[in-house]
Design a protein around this ligand. Structure first.
Ligand SMILES: NC(=O)c1ccc[n+]([C@@H]2O[C@H](COP(=O)([O-])OP(=O)(O)OC[C@H]3O[C@@H](n4cnc5c(N)ncnc54)[C@H](O)[C@@H]3O)[C@@H](O)[C@H]2O)c1
Length: 458
């Protein structure tokens, strides 16, 4: 039977931690859940990864590390796999009753109307209602709106007939994950963690456990909703500031000012935090988190978060701006967009990872396809297909016969491009840079008609 840690004192819990005799369940072993499960397993705890993705479960159980673009975890994976410290299953009903601590690292996307979609939580919450019993601690690592835990998840787990009672049959806590894809291990080692719970004693137990596993600073929050508000605030701060520089970038293109020169100088001022323009803001976090805050604000009378709504509009319009830059460059060389061939360099929503969730590249490709352009894609992280299109084997395969190239993602493989060779490979030497990686003068000296987001005063 699972242990009820809430009935123990610190010394007794410490004894369980020292002897590694706690069993951990992680529900959702994707980008965030798997690295988290690996850390618990690597600390010596028997860990069960629970996921509805049977293919992923098979990969984990057969020792095939699924997150190839997430450094440092491959070795840990091999280690815990050979020691059988981490096993995976699709069978939640067998796994949960064995676990003392259950972490939820479930997806929290938005739907096509930008409303948060908590389907995974709803399913898992209903299952937990049937499976929890002895005061197990459920820790939500996913990013959710402030109040979701207290006002929704708690009631789903308690059940409509109140068959379970929070604080007795189970305990709810949050530890919102703030790591960045591609750098999860680096972030796990250095970022403080936020801990909140429905009752204070549970926060202290969760802190004790996380300190043992991660060894970083724990910041105790007064409740779950405040912890979730901190997580959202850090990401929405970025979404809003990126919108600000995107607006400046478009203005500076008209004013003949180089945005990167401005930001480089501005950041010398101690209280300026640099953000950079780009083709839009993608990924499972920033855009989603802004809509989560917007959704929270809709539940309250009043006109809140106008700035966040506006930021979303600005960032979501950036793919159109990229296409405008392309159209202007094409008309300089008298090439119609219709029937032209456009090389897309990079599709991931951020550099150095294999991830196209809410990626601006998808919208850019959609607009160009609607305008009858032919698309060739090269992304070193997508070696066969993406968005249903076959990708090119090399950058030069993508550039050959192309009328223009759009550098969308600043992957490390696109740094120090041989611009001369690139321009000589193309049918028409047009380069649109969304990343700030290409210096306008270099592009021009190597024969390109060049446009870059925010690159006024070329
Ligand atoms: N990826 C990031 O950059 C990042 C960073 C910090 C926080 N987060 C947050 O962490 C959470 C998880 O994100 P992620 O990127 O790991 O998502 P993900 O899609 O990579 O992983 C989620 C996993 O949950 C599984 N799943 C879905 N429904 C399930 C169910 N009913 N039962 C069991 N498993 C189920 C999926 O199969 C998948 O493997 C989200 O709330 C996200 O906002 C993500």
């Amino acid at each position: 039977m699972a242990k009820n840690l809430s009935l123990l004192d610190n010394t007794q819990i410490e004894a369980y931690l020292t002897s590694n005799s706690l069993k951990i369940g992680v529900i959702g072993i994707g980008r965030i859940g798997l690295p988290t499960a690996l850390c618990f397993a690597n600390s010596g705890f028997e860990t069960i990864g629970i996921d509805i993705n049977a293919e992923l479960v098979t990969m984990v159980n057969s020792g095939d590390y699924p997150l190839k673009d997430e450094p440092e975890f491959d070795e840990i994976f091999e280690n815990v796999h050979s020691q059988k410290k981490l096993v995976a299953t699709t069978d939640i009903s067998k796994a949960v009753p064995k676990c003392d601590i259950i972490l939820l690292s479930l997806p929290t996307p938005i739907d096509d109307k930008n409303i948060p979609d908590y389907t995974a939580f709803s399913h898992v919450g209903k299952s937990l209602n049937k499976l929890l019993s002895n005061g197990q601690i459920v820790i939500v690592e996913s990013t959710v709106e402030p109040g979701f835990i207290e006002n929704e998840l708690l009631h789903i787990i308690e059940g409509s007939n109140h068959t379970l009672k929070s604080g007795i049959d189970f305990h709810l806590a949050v530890c919102p994950e703030t790591a960045n894809p591609g750098e999860i291990m680096k972030d796990f080692k250095k970022l403080p963690r936020l801990v909140g719970s429905i009752d204070e004693k549970i926060s202290s137990i969760v802190s004790q456990i996380y300190t043992r596993v991660f060894g970083v600073e724990l910041i105790l929050m007064p409740d779950c909703k405040t912890a979730n508000a901190v997580k959202l605030t850090t990401n929405v701060f970025r979404d809003v500031n990126i919108a600000f520089v995107n607006e400046l970038a478009i203005l500076f293109e008209k004013l003949g000012i180089d945005t990167y020169t401005v930001i480089e100088a501005a950041k010398r001022k101690y209280n300026f935090q640099p953000h950079f323009p780009g083709p839009g803001v993608g990924g499972p976090c920033l855009p989603v988190n802004s809509y989560q805050y917007i959704n929270s604000s809709k539940k309250i009378d009043g006109d809140f978060l106008k700035i966040v709504r506006q930021a979303r509009k600005i960032n979501e319009n950036m793919p159109n701006h990229v296409v405008n830059l392309l159209s202007s460059a094409l008309s300089e060389s008298d090439t119609p967009l219709n029937n032209s061939t456009i090389a897309i360099l990079g599709v991931s929503y951020k550099p150095n990872i294999h991830d196209v969730q809410i990626a601006p590249s998808e919208k850019i490709i959609k607009i160009l396809t609607e305008k009858n352009a032919k698309i060739k894609i090269f992304d070193p992280y997508f070696t066969s297909k993406v968005f249903g299109l076959t990708t090119e084997k090399s950058i030069y395969d993508a550039l050959s016969e192309s009328d223009a190239a759009i550098l969308i993602t600043g992957h490390k493989e696109f740094q120090n491009l041989d611009l001369k060779k690139c321009s000589q490979t193309m049918k028409n030497s047009i380069l649109i840079d969304c990343t700030g990686q290409v210096r306008p003068l270099d592009a021009k000296e190597n024969g390109f008609i060049f446009r870059g987001i925010g690159r006024g005063g070329l």
